[in-house]
Design a protein around this ligand. Structure first.
Ligand SMILES: [Zn+2]
Length: 214
């Protein structure tokens, strides 16, 4: 273990698996820093990671709006046609007497993905313009709190099974929101994977020093 007493605190990095405090290595672009004791990945050098994350998050926000305000499927049976959005489906579940399922669908497919996308944009957009948003720590924590509860992919799997089964009884045609939900899954994953906490806090630290807060 290096003597860390004379090293500036911003140059130290702690392993989140074994707690070893280490001096931050200077990486080439695309390189990966590995813990000297347990081999855990400490951080990756992604110079454009935060910008990419912001671009993917903004695209996700547009896809989220399309996914939730356009119909997912159009069902035709005996001359009757009905188009359903995600929120219509949750509302129908409430009227059918199963509000707990409606709440689960609303929370995991609408509320949590919305919070994750909004928190990413809330943090990264001001940072892109050299500003620090108020409540930065709360928004950062929020991303990691809501992430396990955002389950668009589970909803999509269930939806595809339902469409296949329903086709035995009625004509079920995929609509605009089905395609945008698939794209939403891809773009949210890309936004999250490019959001590197190490790079994020380094950028925040640099701005704080500029603003004279530390
Ligand atoms: Zn370690």
């Amino acid at each position: 273990m290096p003597n860390t007493s004379a090293i500036p605190i911003e140059s130290l990095v702690v392993c989140d698996q074994c707690d070893l405090l280490q001096r931050e290595a200077q990486l080439e672009s695309g390189g990966t820093a590995i813990c000297g004791r347990c081999g855990n990945v400490l951080f990756r050098s992604q110079p454009r990671g935060l910008k990419l994350s912001l671009a993917f998050a903004l695209t996700s926000a547009a896809l989220f709006l399309i996914s939730n305000f356009f119909p997912i499927v159009t069902i035709s049976s005996q001359g009757l046609t009905n188009s359903t959005t995600l929120l219509d489906a949750a509302d129908r579940l409430v009227h059918d007497g199963i509000p707990s399922i409606a709440a689960l669908v609303f929370t995991t497919t609408f509320l949590m993905p919305a919070l994750e996308i909004m928190a990413l944009i809330y943090l990264l957009l001001p940072l892109h313009f050299g500003r620090l948003p108020p409540g930065l720590k709360i928004a950062f924590r929020l991303i990691y709190i809501v992430k396990p509860w955002a389950m668009v992919e589970v909803f999509m799997m269930g939806l595809l099974v339902t469409i296949t089964k329903l086709n035995a009884f009625a004509s079920v045609a995929p609509d605009t929101a089905l395609g945008s939900f698939v794209l939403l899954m891809i773009f949210v994953t890309a936004a999250a994977s490019n959001f590197d906490p190490h790079n994020f806090w380094k950028r925040v630290g640099a701005l704080e020093r500029l603003e004279g807060k530390v």
